[in-house]
Ligand binder design. Sequence first.
Ligand code: TXA
Ligand code: MG
Length: 362
Amino acid sequence: MSSDSTPLQSSAVINEAVQTLRDGGLVAFPTETVYGLGADATNPMAIKKVFVTKGRPSNHPLIVHLAAPEKFDQAQVDWVAVLAPWVRDISEDALKLINAFWPGPLTLVFKKNKSVLGEITGGQDTVAIRAPAHPIAQELLRKFKGGVVAPSANRFGKVSPTSAADVRSEFEGELGLMVLDGGDCEVGIESTIIDLSSGDHPVLLRPGVITPKEILAKTGIQVYLAGEELKEGDALPRVSGSLKAHYAPTTPLRLYAPGRVLDALTEFPDIKSRVAVAVWDSESSLGEAGHPSVHFEEVEMPSDSGAFASRLYRSLRDLDQQGWDLILFPEPPAGEEWDGVRDRLQRACFGSGPSSSSHDSN
Ligand code: TXA
Ligand code: MG
């Protein structure tokens, strides 16, 4: 295995990873969003290992990762061939989305083919599919010649990993887990998920860096938020809305409104003495905040939504290991481009603190 600073790309190592998958083993690999914990999507025992290793309840469905066709930018028909073993209907909308955004950080939910294992889908009649853009993920998938299920490579309820070192620290006890090293993930938060299976409207199930606005601009397709635009008689979209907690650090985490750092402390009557406060790099939000018994330390975060997303999990992980009593993050600004970050931060707040394990998450 490579050292943490040397991205691992040799063919020999990828071949070894392919063999590990074929043998029913697990391989953690980089994607452009976060690292995934991969297993052969046709092997029920290997899929079971994913759930056990993560400590994830078996009714939480997994995303199937597929290789892009060799000439994906030229022929729509290639994508149809790639998807055919997995999904029942490939709509016009699906093809437009695929041609605009795959390979990339977009997951699509389809009606599943009969042969797709119930272990993947949590017994539902739909399957989530994505073609990741990271070159190591693509090489692995191309050589494997099959689907790879891969949840984020973190223990259930914890922050998703954005480097090979993060994965190793999540699974320290798992001797022999193969981890492909592709450096730091560029996108930094999980893929946008759009449900195409629930009737006429594509429905946003999880916000990410690909936003409904961008989808509309590139494809003309209107994506609805769950519950929007429902007419009488429409099927209710299936959303994972009950999953409140997720991506949670062990240190308590809260959001503060612009200039209201001290307000965020009122919830903690036994005033915390060491508080890390994330601030925008353009201006210090901490400003005049002062408190007789609290030591604040500022941590700069980018004011661009994409750069912020790219840094978010890295910062949460690092801060979580530095022994703060409380971590404060600024409330993200209004605007769709912040929805992915806002979603992750709110869930991280909800599940944060030492006793977060009872919350529902991935
Ligand atoms: O960026 C990503 O999507 C990363 C990388 C590794 O590809 N993967 C990831 O997987 O975030 P995971 O398992 O941590 O999250 C998958 C999400 C879950 O919220 C799950 O409920 C949803 O996808 N999902 C999977 N199959 C589904 C389905 N058939 N219908 C609705 N939601 C589904
Ligand atoms: Mg996850």
